[in-house]
Design a protein. Sequence first.
Length: 247
Amino acid sequence: MSREPQRCTLCGASEPEVHLCKSHIIPEFAYGGLYDSSHKFVELQTGSPQRQVRRPTGLYQRKFLCDSCEGRLSVHEQYADELLYGRPRCPIRPQLIEGDLWFHGIDYPHFKLFLLSVLWRAGACSVPEFSEVSLGPHQENLRRLVSSETPGMWSDYPCLIVHCPNLTNLVGRNFVIPPGSSRSGEGHRTYCFAFGGLFWDFFVSGHTARSNFSKYFLREEGRFAVLRTDKPWRRFRPPAIESSPAL
């Protein structure tokens, strides 16, 4: 009895016509400071801060995407990395306005597709750490948007990006926490990720345009803001570790 050929989760192409590769769910740039000297990923168990588990790399799934889809998504990841972490090729510098970091002149399709791809991958994968991301009918809609490289409107699955300076002063940008699900006081289903020194709160509902946070969301004209706050954010409990300097 022959096995059903494995397919790319994004475009649906199957082996052996395409090569399916190992794909990170959280972007690779988030793991830079979490590798040890042997390039193994150090996973910190927040329930037991003294325990560490070493993985060969970060949170990934084998045979998840074909090489072509992996390459297309990596372009958007590279743009996000350069934009947020000041790589030399990105001329955009944020402005501090009333305590928040405002970005202007953003390539909307590039950055929005990066955001959509993170949420889509978390919901589509079978990695246990992402089991709380259950997107229902939104999963297929996200797949279509990402596969066709259609960023959609600003109110389609917006992401609130949050920086907590006191936390990053304590542990730096080197933490990756699997996402949790919650429902906001406004009735939105949200999925909160923590990586790269930031919190990424994805809104999945039909009335995101009316959110009190909507002014921070990425807009088609190429602007968004990083909310800066030192109030506890969602369900995150920082691990008791020493880390690299803050952002």
